[in-house]
Design a protein around this ligand. Structure first.
Ligand code: AHR
Length: 670
């Protein structure tokens, strides 16, 4: 965040050429500073991760080779072959049995080899290192030289081979080979090419052909892309929900997400179809599969490393209800036991000691200490009577075995309406700890929902606003106004900290060339990424969440964009750890608004507020958005409030007068 002079920033935002008085009239916010209210949950402001928009394979998961195990239904999808290449299915990995055999081409001038197109190209940067690995054997025990190249097939000059290494394979046993490739040139749409070197009277078998940047997040070999994981970390998320979304449910039960297929050696994790490859015919990606390389071990580890509570979501035995309208698509309740066992085993995988089957597997994978799982969601966006019927036996079993685990249920796909009204009472009856609400809604909805949680039942389940985003009209996607309205709406999440315990914007990640759904919080191509203004809103909440809510009113009412509140939304918190009072104000109107902030109930004597900052997210153009070309067009700007504008506490009240520019979200810290 940049620090600039407060007054020049304000003037720039207000579009004023001359110095103006910042004294306020109207819009008087009264904050009860001496009565800390509900604690802000540590889980607040988190992340929802789903493998949609190539978020996992081709995105966060740093693997660069598509269809590395030759297990897509069309086994050579993503690969070109030359010369004498054949496919076999008796390889060393039981659940991924296919591999390729490279044999003599039969002619001195012909080559045998293959090349991979990567995800939207194999992208490499000059002098960076890439770790190539392959499982290989020489079936006849003859010495085989395998040449591995990074190539720019579009290049017209001689230097199109940017890196080359040779691997010698002699053993008849399957072994893993690894080399580092360091290209001399950069290329965004390159390929990985592999040749059987001449003399080619030898044969070599290749399986699980993989390449990662050597520099991954925290240096893990089966790791994450550094820039993307860093963006997640920088948000300081309280909770990390994974692996979806609809992919949890599957287009049918066979393609639901099965966590047990995503743990253990990566070479033996079976590929799963990704339902997002054909969800929208106008965004059709027939090569979109889940390798499982970013699996449940990696998700737990990532949660730990970004400091978020893990929140896995499991299938409740209902296939995606948008895609299946017949009961026969779902698992009958009386046959749910294997699904329930998956949930119980998952808790053991996360928390069990190393002598247990699943805790032992976790330890074997490199994490003997438990992951300390506290939350689990059963079912994604389910609805109808079939949902509570399916959920009930899961809840019984989990409660019995793990009474401390909190269970998250669903209120369906809509923010209100018949399903929502039916499911909330059902969740209460079942005793769900939290209820997941989803709302992808237009600007008008966000403007009208400032008071949404003010009257929620305080004795029922808590709220998990598990998927939400403001969707603009027409061609407006991650534009500033959407982010501003999210910021405005979130004052209501903060004010209702006693009932709203978790909130995650959705979706999280999108590949510019491979998205199915927008808006999204972070966009990327193969080498770069940018954070949207919605990201910065989430980050401003997360970095300024404080520890306790403070009551903030204007004319005795919460400031929630109500009529006669001039388009303002506001909330306040105290941070007991730092002693700071933090006030968030969104001005959604087109005019600058004078605002008076009164901190009431402070110590009458010897109390002064001399240090304060304001962080502002604003844009003169509501339609503006960040992009790869201009990633910092809209970013938060922090400035110190001059001491002259602050002052002594007068009869227990500290007053700060300011003006908030049109279309601006500001976070004041005193
Ligand atoms: O976030 C995109 C999709 O929206 C999720 O997969 C699903 O839960 C919701 O319908």
């Amino acid at each position: 965040m940049n620090i600039i002079s407060h007054k020049s920033q304000m003037l720039a935002l207000l579009g004023l050429g001359a110095v103006m008085s910042l004294s306020a009239a109207g819009n008087v916010f009264n904050i009860q500073a001496n009565k800390p209210g509900a604690p802000i949950q540590p889980t607040m402001y988190g992340l929802f991760f789903e493998d949609i928009n190539y978020a996992a394979d081709g995105g966060l998961y740093a693997e660069m080779i598509k269809n590395r195990s030759f297990e897509f239904p069309q086994n050579l999808m993503g690969w070109n072959t030359y010369g004498n290449v054949s496919l076999h299915d008796d390889g060393p990995f039981e659940r991924n049995p296919h591999y390729v055999r490279l044999a003599a081409s039969g002619h001195n001038d012909k080559h045998t080899g293959l090349e991979n197109e990567g995800f939207f190209g194999v992208t490499y940067k000059k002098r960076e290192e890439y770790r190539f690995s392959v499982w290989a054997r020489s079936p006849k025990g003859k010495k085989a030289n395998v040449r591995v190249e990074l190539v720019n097939t579009a290049s017209m000059n001689n230097s199109h081979i940017a890196a080359v290494k040779t691997i010698t394979v002699e053993s008849t046993e399957w072994k893993r080979y690894e080399v580092i490739l360091k290209p001399e040139e950069s290329c965004s749409k390159g390929k990985l090419r592999i040749f059987l070197s001449k003399p080619d009277d030898v044969t070599v078998d290749l399986e699980h052909i993989s390449m990662f940047p050597a520099d991954t997040w925290n240096g893990h070999k089966n790791g994450m892309r550094k820039d993307l994981a860093q963006a997640l970390y920088d948000l300081h998320p309280g909770v990390f929900r994974f692996p979806g979304g609809c992919i949890v449910e599957g287009t049918d039960l066979d393609t639901r997400y099965q966590w047990k297929n995503t743990v253990g050696p990566v070479e033996n994790r079976p590929v799963n179809e990704n339902r997002w490859h054909y969800t929208f015919p106008h965004r059709f990606y027939p090569d979109y599969y889940q390798s499982g390389g970013l699996g449940f071990y990696e998700y737990f580890l990532l949660s730990e490393e970004i400091g978020a509570e893990p929140l896995p979501v499991l299938s409740v035995g209902l296939a995606c209800q948008f895609q299946n309208h017949d009961a026969s698509a779902h698992m009958p309740v009386k046959e749910l036991q294997p699904y329930i066992q998956d949930a119980l085993d998952l808790i053991e995988f996360a928390n069990g000691d190393t002598t247990t089957i699943w805790g032992g597997l976790r330890a074997g994978m490199g994490h003997p200490a438990p992951f300390n799982l506290k939350l689990i969601a059963i079912g994604n966006e389910q609805w109808g009577p079939e949902y509570p019927e399916h959920l009930a036996p899961f809840m019984d079993a989990i409660r019995k075995a793990y009474p401390d685990i909190k269970i998250v249920g669903s209120s369906g796909p809509n923010s209100e309406g018949e399903q929502f009204d039916y499911l909330w009472p059902e969740m209460k009856k079942l005793g769900a700890d939290l209820v997941d609400e989803h709302f992808y809604r237009p600007e008008s909805w966000f403007l009208a929902q400032g008071n949404r949680y003010d009257n929620y039942d305080r004795k029922g389940p808590k709220v998990f606003a598990g998927e939400y985003a403001c969707h603009g009209k027409g061609k407006k996607w991650n534009h500033f106004n959407a982010a501003l309205l999210e910021a405005a709406f979130m004052t209501g999440l903060e004010r209702n900290a006693d009932v709203v315990h978790m909130a995650t914007y959705a979706p999280l990640l999108a590949h510019i060339e491979g998205w199915q759904w927008r808006p999204d919080m972070i966009w990327f191509d193969n080498s770069d990424s940018f954070r949207t203004s919605s990201y910065y809103v989430q980050q401003l909440y997360s970095l300024n969440k404080g520890t306790n809510v403070l009551t903030l009113t204007m004319d005795g009412k919460p400031v929630a964009g109500n009529k006669d509140q001039n388009g303002l939304f506001a909330s306040a918190v105290l941070d007991k750890k730092t002693g700071e009072y933090i006030v968030k104000v969104a001005n959604t109107s087109d005019s600058a608004q004078p605002v008076t902030i009164n901190l009431n109930g402070l110590k009458k004597k010897g109390h002064e507020i001399t240090l304060a900052t304001v962080t502002t997210l604003s844009s003169a153009d509501s339609d503006a958005e960040n992009s790869l070309e201009a990633p910092e067009k809209i970013i938060p700007v922090t400035s110190a409030i001059p001491a002259a504008e602050l002052g002594a506490v007068n009869k227990g009240v500290f007053t700060y007068n300011t003006t908030i520019a049109p279309k601006t979200f500001s976070v004041y810290k005193f």
